[in-house]
Design a protein around this ligand. Structure first.
Ligand code: GLP
Length: 241
C-alpha cells in the first residue's frame, strides 16, 4: 500500500484524476470500478474537464460501480445510478456503464449476474474507493468475515446515520444495499482509495496501522499488491510519519 498525502482535497482530486487519465491513455478500453459518496465528486469533475479539453476519450471505457441501495429505482433522487449520471456519465462519452440493480426481482440472481458481467468484461483494471468512518468499502460493513462476492448487505447504524443527510428523514434511508464483495474489489488489478477530512483520520490510521480484520473491511487492502491511498492532510493527521 502506497500512501500519498496532499495539502488539500483539490490536490487529492487532481492526483486521482491523473492516475485515471494515465490508466485510460495506457489502455483506452479500460474497465474502471467507480464509487459514489462525496469523496470522488471532485475527481469526477477533473475527469470531465480532461474530457472537455480533449485530453481524455472514454469511448472505449467500460465502468462498474461498487454498489446501489436496495429498493431504490434508478430514477430515485438518491439512487447511486442517478448520482453517477449527474456527477459523471452524462458529461463524458463513456461507452458502457454498469451499476447493480437495487430493484431486480431476484436480488440473489442480480448478485451473481453482476459478478459475471465484471468477469466477462475482463475484470476491473482500476478500482476507485472511498471509505466509511467505520472502515467500510463499497457497502461491505464491519462483520465476522469478509464477504467474498457481490452480496446483499445490511447497512450499519453509523452508515444509516451518515447517509441520513441525503434523505428527508432517517426512515427513508435504505437499510439494505447490493455491493461488490471484498473479493470482487480485491480482484481489481489496481486500487485507488481516497479520503479527505478530519472525520476520516481515525479510520485511516486504523486501516494503515491496525490489524487486518473484517471488523475494519478496508484493512484487507494492505494485502493487495497495487493499492494507492491519496489523503489530504486532515485525513492523514493521525498517521504519524
Ligand atoms: C457510502 C458508499 C461508499 C463511500 C462511503 C463514504 O456509504 N457506499 O462507497 O465510500 O459511504 O462516503 P463519503 O465519500 O460521502 O464520505
Amino acid at each position: 500500500m502506497i500512501v500519498h498525502v496532499f495539502e488539500n482535497a483539490k490536490q487529492v482530486a487532481r492526483a486521482a484524476a491523473a492516475l485515471f487519465a494515465a490508466q485510460i491513455l495506457k489502455k483506452p478500453d479500460s474497465v474502471l470500478g467507480l464509487a459514489t459518496g462525496s469523496t470522488p465528486i471532485e475527481t469526477y469533475q477533473e475527469l470531465i474537464q480532461l474530457y472537455k479539453d480533449g485530453i481524455l476519450d472514454f469511448s472505449k471505457v467500460v465502468s462498474f460501480n461498487l454498489d446501489e441501495y436496495v429498493g431504490l429505482p434508478a430514477t430515485h433522487e438518491q439512487s447511486y445510478d442517478r448520482f453517477m449520471k449527474e456527477q459523471l456519465f452524462s458529461h463524458i462519452n463513456i461507452k458502457e456503464t454498469h451499476l447493480p440493480s437495487g430493484i431486480a426481482p431476484d436480488m440473489a440472481q442480480e448478485c451473481l449476474d453482476y459478478e459475471q458481467k465484471i468477469h466477462q468484461a475482463g475484470g476491473i483494471d482500476l478500482q476507485l474507493l472511498g471509505i466509511g468512518t467505520n472502515g467500510h468499502i463499497g457497502f461491505n460493513e464491519p462483520a465476522e468475515a469478509f464477504a467474498y462476492n457481490t452480496n446483499i448487505t445490511q447497512l450499519a447504524e453509523s452508515t444509516i446515520k451518515a447517509n441520513r443527510r441525503f434523505f428527508l428523514s432517517e426512515d427513508q434511508v435504505p437499510k439494505t444495499a447490493i455491493s461488490m464483495g471484498i473479493g470482487t474489489i480485491m480482484e481489481a488489478r489496481s486500487i485507488l482509495l481516497l479520503a479527505m477530512g478530519d472525520s476520516k483520520a481515525e479510520v485511516i490510521q486504523q486501516m494503515v496501522n491496525g490489524p487486518i480484520t473484517p471488523q475494519l473491511p478496508a484493512s484487507i487492502l494492505r494485502s493487495h499488491q497495487s493499492v494507492t491511498v491519496l489523503l489530504d492532510q486532515a485525513a492523514a493527521s493521525k498517521l504519524g510519519r
